[in-house]
Design a protein around this ligand. Structure first.
Ligand code: BES
Ligand code: ZN
Length: 923
């Protein structure tokens, strides 16, 4: 008998609220299999709605009187609910006495008339419907213009991670509830449907004319957040894989010619991972698809990977080489997840870094493997470490692995710490374990937990075992002892090196590095196990990154000073942390710094490894920021740069100088830094051949990145002929009869040329670029244009851009609103406008993004580095306390923003005068 309730209930309305209020699902029931069928209407009278049925096979682990699962924003037609007990061949319907909801944790609870008993199986069927929403999460809509028909085309896609599957169908929406999925999609026959698995069969809809049901094969056991499906009218490029996996790359018809690179690169990476892990990709097919509207950067849905267009599409004629490398690394990241994340999933979001840290690290490894000359390994590893240093020097930072209780905390965990600190500590581990033990440990981990879930301790165990077997670690060392100090604690150490020149040794101590210099370092008694690699001026062995010794922690977790012996004579430097194997900073005594400065400025500076040269600059400038060094010493280190011909040391200097410039450019002494850069840059500007289009002669990505970096600084700081030449390029473009088709500006210089031209140009230049923006068919080009539109100094245009950013009807898509807001806020004139706009319109902005708070987070970044006066700071602080309801879900990031602001204000108070007088000595 069918259980019936004669009304249709909408969740949250008129239903009893529940007594179960824990943030995790009860553990009495396990879903084993979902039959999910979704009927989507893209046009016609029921435009952009869907209805669905889900039949869930349930295993009972403890006797229980209710079924509690997740559902949010769905209208559940309770008259269609069926609960059946499966007993061999027999089936028996069981009635549901009442239902409840818990809106805090998105629960839908069915109370059953009789107890569901241990070891029995039941089948629950629920029918539901909703709108295909505009929010970029759950089951959402996207659109693109079809210029030929002059129409808007609608398509659908899902985005479920971390907790949005519940918006699309009722389910047990936690990562450890793995089940297999049988998806069936109903849609008009003119569309294609895609899901995680290949199509099994297709048949006409029983009622609706021209509609079909497409049934997909049963999936392997997987978490709900990895389920995906889409109805679209896209085209694809097929690729061939030797092992028979069907690999397709999809895009809207007009962009299909931008798929070639991803279609060529994707299969290479997939194959690399298969070899690296020794585990085959388990699905028969994989699709990657470029979505015109997308909330984040990309998403690793098993077998159906989704991307923002900029992260998958690449145009041979008009994309920069940066864009190409971006596609490669995003594809590599998402494909790494097919193992780290999809095959083995974290037990709970606490260990999100097991997904994101590994995907980040493996992406660098694989792009390097496929394209070893590009230099990505050095650039990316160091880049990840620097970002970690910046973020993790805040008191308000968080550990890699941390308790998670609220959905909003999950979202805020997709941050620098999980991704970049995660990847940096994995790199450290790879280096101290060596390749053999590292790979063997990972392989065991993947095999042991495939189709299941793991936590970090599981990984520590397999790695320790592998390390002991290979002899990579002594028997009395465990990976857990070492690594827990890196993943369970916030922050990272600075290692202080005090040499005894007479005795030829050095005493090493560690303390937590904090950017806020008002906080005494002794406040935190943290200790890290630090692998100590080092080399000396006579050895120059930078390639040996394995530890010669360790900085250890006592059982109580206190740091133990360490003496290292057999150091060289007093006239020779030592450098610790070869190639920055470990994400820690090193501060030396004055004499050692002096020796280093000598080699850099007058000796063979190249004898110090590139990465260490970059790190010396990065360290000394941050030590000067925090008062651990004086600016004069720091600038002495930087002073060798005119000799430098490699990217990373320049990058180290520029990223620190940019922070200072954000402060001084709005002060009366701002000219000093400009003069300084004008003096520093010319030799390297000439070396890279200035702004001339010489890209065809540069062989590797590194060289291109160097040139772009230098030219960009040169145009910003008015060095040599950069600005007039940039304006020339732009003028040539403006005079083209068909500028949408023909663009004479060299592709790799476009973002610099556009920004410079808009900054120094007329309103008409802005309008010209805005028109090109609206007409462009290429996503990466559009991002460059949008960023450049924010370079204008015309207040009215900046203000117009802010309005356009949050106007749902404007030509700027919601997914790009952060880019355009940030383009304005990064501008020295736009900053005040953007800040005011944010403070006055926070409610509007909040509602614009709801429920995807992650986008809102990004607006805070440019604000955090440009508030320079105590009064400005207090104003923002007051705003934060007034605006609480509109900053809901991003509280942690708001606190971090306030800390960053406090640190900036502090710098101005303490260091502004010191910096100015130091820099004068170098002019
Ligand atoms: N798993 C994430 C996607 C994601 C991010 C889902 C945040 C939910 C919330 C994906 O693998 C990812 O990491 N995407 C990055 C881009 C990536 C190439 C670094 C992103 O979206 O920022
Ligand atoms: Zn990821």
């Amino acid at each position: 008998m069918k259980w019936l309730i004669f009304f249709v209930a909408s969740l949250g309305l008129g239903l009893a609220s529940s007594s179960y209020d824990h943030y995790r699902l009860p553990t009495a029931i396990r879903p084993q299999k979902y039959h999910l069928s979704i009927l989507t209407h893209l046009d016609g009278p029921k435009a952009l709605t869907f209805s669905g049925t889900v039949k869930i096979l349930l295993e009972i682990l403890e006797n229980t009187n209710n079924i509690t699962l997740h559902s949010k924003g769905l209208t559940i037609d309770e008259s269609q609910t069926i609960l059946t007990e499966l007993n061999g061949e027999e089936k028996q319907d069981i009635c549901v006495s009442s239902t409840e909801v818990n809106p805090t944790h998105d629960y839908y609870i069915l109370n059953t008339c009789q107890e569901l008993v241990l070891e029995n199986y039941y089948e629950l069927t629920l029918s539901f419907s909703a709108e295909v929403n505009r929010k970029l999460v759950g089951y959402y809509r996207s659109s693109y213009p079809d210029p030929e028909a002059n129409e808007t085309r609608w398509i659908t896609m899902t985005q479920f991670e971390p907790a949005s599957a519940r918006l699309a169908f009722p389910c047990f929406d936690e990562p450890s509830y793995k089940a297999s999925f049988l998806v069936t999609l109903g849609h008009h026959q003119k569309y294609t449907s895609l899901s995680n698995m290949p199509v099994k069969e297709s048949q006409p809809h029983e009622l609706i004319l021209n509609y079909v049901w497409t049934e997909f094969q049963e999936s392997v056991p997987m978490s709900t957040y990895l389920v995906a499906y889409s109805i679209n009218d896209f085209y694809y490029k097929p690729s061939i894989l030797p092992n028979g996996v069907h690999f397709r790359t999809w895009a809207r018809p007009n962009a299909i010619d931008q798929c070639d690179y991803a279609a060529e690169f994707g299969p290479k990476v997939l194959q690399y991972y298969e070899e690296l892990f020794g585990i085959r990709f388990p699905l028969p097919k994989i699709d990657q698809i470029a979505m015109p509207d997308f909330e984040s950067g990309a998403m690793e849905n098993w077998g159906l990977v989704t991307y923002r267009e900029t992260n998958l599409l690449y145009s041979n004629s008009s994309s920069s080489l940066d864009a190409k490398e971006l596609v490669a690394s995003v594809v590599a990241h998402e494909l790494a997840h097919q193992w780290f994340g999809n095959l083995v999933t974290m037990k709970w979001w606490t260990d999100l870094w097991l997904n994101e840290g590994f995907a980040t690290y493996l992406a660098t490894m694989s792009v390097h493997h496929i394209n070893p000359e590009g230099g990505i390994k050095e650039r990316q590893s160091v880049g990840d470490i620097w970002e970690t240093f910046r973020q993790d020097s805040l008191e308000t930072s968080n550990p890699i692995s941390r308790p998670i209780q609220m959905a909003s905390q999950i979202v805020q965990s997709f941050n620098v710490i999980s991704y970049k600190k995660g990847s940096s500590v994995i790199r450290m581990m790879h280096l101290f374990l060596g390749d053999e033990a590292f790979r063997a440990g990972l392989k065991t981990y993947l095999e042991m937990f495939e189709y299941s879930n793991a936590e970090q301790d599981n990984l520590w165990e397999t790695l320790t075992q592998a390390a002991h077997e290979s002899g990579a670690l002594p028997r009395n060392f465990s990976v857990k002892t070492i690594m827990d100090t890196w993943t369970l604690q916030t922050g990272y150490p600075v290692v202080n090196v005090i040499r005894n020149y007479a005795e030829g040794n050095a005493e090493l101590t560690q303390e937590r590095y904090l950017r806020n210099s008002e906080v005494p370092r002794s406040k935190y008694k943290s200790c890290w196990w630090v692998p100590l690699s080092y080399t000396t001026q006579s050895e120059l062995d930078f390639n040996n990154m394995s530890p010669r010794d360790w900085l250890e922690c006592s059982k109580e977790g206190l740091s133990q000073p360490k003496k290292i012996e057999n150091l060289p004579r007093a006239d020779q430097w030592v450098i610790l942390n070869t190639q920055v194997a470990t994400p820690c900073k090193i501060n030396y005594d004055a004499q050692n710094w002096k020796l280093l400065i000598n080699t850099l400025t007058t000796g063979r500076y190249e004898s110090i490894h590139l990465i260490n040269r970059a790190q010396l600059i990065n360290d000394v400038l941050s030590f000067a920021w925090t008062g651990d060094q004086d600016y004069e010493t720091a600038l002495k280190v930087v002073a060798y740069l005119p000799r430098e011909r490699e990217l990373l040391p320049w990058k180290a200097a520029f990223s620190n100088i940019r922070l200072i410039n954000r402060i001084v450019r709005r002060t009366a002494q701002g000219g000093l830094l400009k003069r300084y850069i004008k003096k520093l840059l010319p030799p390297i500007y000439h070396y890279v051949n200035g702004i001339n289009d010489t890209f065809a002669y540069i062989q590797h990505q590194d060289g291109i990145a160097l040139k772009i970096s230098i030219v960009s600084m040169a145009c910003q700081y008015q060095v040599e002929d950069c600005i007039p030449r940039a304006l020339n390029y732009f003028r040539e473009w403006r005079t083209e009869p068909n500028p949408d088709k023909n663009n004479p500006v060299p592709v790799n210089l476009r973002s610099i040329v556009y920004c410079t031209a808009i900054r120094h140009g007329l309103d008409e230049d802005w309008e010209f670029l805005w028109t090109r923006y609206k007409r462009s068919n290429e996503a990466d080009e559009k991002v460059d244009m949008l960023n450049s539109l924010g370079c204008t100094r015309a207040v009215w245009l900046l203000r117009r851009m802010l309005d356009l950013s949050f106007d749902p009807k404007s030509a700027i898509r919601r997914q790009d609103s952060m880019t355009s807001f940030n383009a304005v806020a990064d501008n020295e004139i736009g900053f005040q406008l953007a800040k005011q706009y944010f403070m006055h319109n926070v409610e509007l902005i909040y509602k614009f993004y709801q429920p995807t708070v992650r986008s809102m987070l990004r607006l805070l970044t440019p604000l955090s580095t440009q508030i320079i006066d105590p009064k400005e700071f207090r104003e923002f602080e007051d705003f934060v306390s007034r605006a609480r309801p509109w900053l809901k879900g991003i509280e942690e990031t708001v606190q971090q923003t306030l800390e960053k602001m406090r640190i900036t204000v502090q710098w101005k108070e303490r260091n502004y005068a010191k910096f100015n007088s130091a820099i004068r000595k170098f002019l």
